[in-house]
Design a protein. Structure first.
Length: 232
């Protein structure tokens, strides 16, 4: 008796990833610890994030930048993932085109996340997708710095206008995005607030939160213990 094929997921998790090239990633951490340290640490962020999320009930696709570094990025993070270049000039345009790409492939819902959150859990992603299955029009996950780490839509509720003219980098990004969605009548699932890792203080907070959790065994934490916390 032939086995029935597993159903293909009708939802996509898009992950924004940069090539971990020294001098190009985690620049605020690099000011304190140097470019090579920051680049290697960011690579472990991505490793841990992908490992934690890759077995979810969704298609996971890496949208990378710069576009000309696909070979290096694929070599660094492995051939098991699907890779697509980010397209567009600014962050808002790149986000819009990523959503359009995913919906053009036939996915019913799409979540887009960044890669500055190495301890983000699959449970957060699954709940956001399930909320949209249950009728929510969009999902947003606020970051402690005032931005957001997750945003998602169903194919029939996607509205790229939420990205237009957004003051990226300011502490009001999440609040303004949520207001835009509510003005449009969207029912919004709000994911839990999460910590991005950009500064020396963020690393100290990461250490305090994961002294005795499953994430304490991650590549990120092992690298930090070896390179930063060895004598403390």
């Amino acid at each position: 008796m032939a086995l029935s094929p597993l159903p293909k997921p009708n939802r996509c998790l898009a992950v924004f990833v940069r090539d971990p090239e020294p001098g190009k990633v985690k620049t605020r951490l690099a000011e304190t610890y140097g470019d090579p340290f920051a680049a290697e640490l960011y690579g472990y962020f991505v490793d841990d994030l992908l490992e934690g999320l890759e077995r979810g009930s969704y298609h996971l696709e890496i949208f990378f930048t710069p576009a000309g570094r696909e070979r290096e990025i694929r070599r660094r993070f492995g051939p098991r993932f699907c890779y697509s270049p980010q397209e567009g000039e600014g962050l808002g345009e790149r986000m819009e085109r990523t959503f359009r790409s995913c919906f053009a492939k036939g996915f019913a819902s799409t979540l887009l996340i960044g890669s500055d959150f190495p301890d983000l859990t699959a449970e957060v992603i699954e709940r956001a997708f399930q909320a949209m299955v249950n009728g929510q029009d969009a999902a947003v996950g606020p970051a402690f710095d005032g931005g957001y780490y997750l945003i998602g839509f169903r194919a029939d509720t996607f509205d790229p206008a939420v990205f237009d003219g957004m003051p990226w980098g300011e502490k009001s990004v999440f609040e303004k995005t949520l207001n835009r969605l509510h003005v449009r009548g969207c029912r919004v699932h709000q994911a839990p607030t999460w910590h991005d890792i950009d500064t020396e203080e963020d690393l100290a907070d990461l250490r305090a939160r994961h002294g005795n959790t499953a994430f304490s065994g991650s590549r990120t934490m092992a690298f930090l213990r070896d390179r930063l916390w060895r004598s403390s």
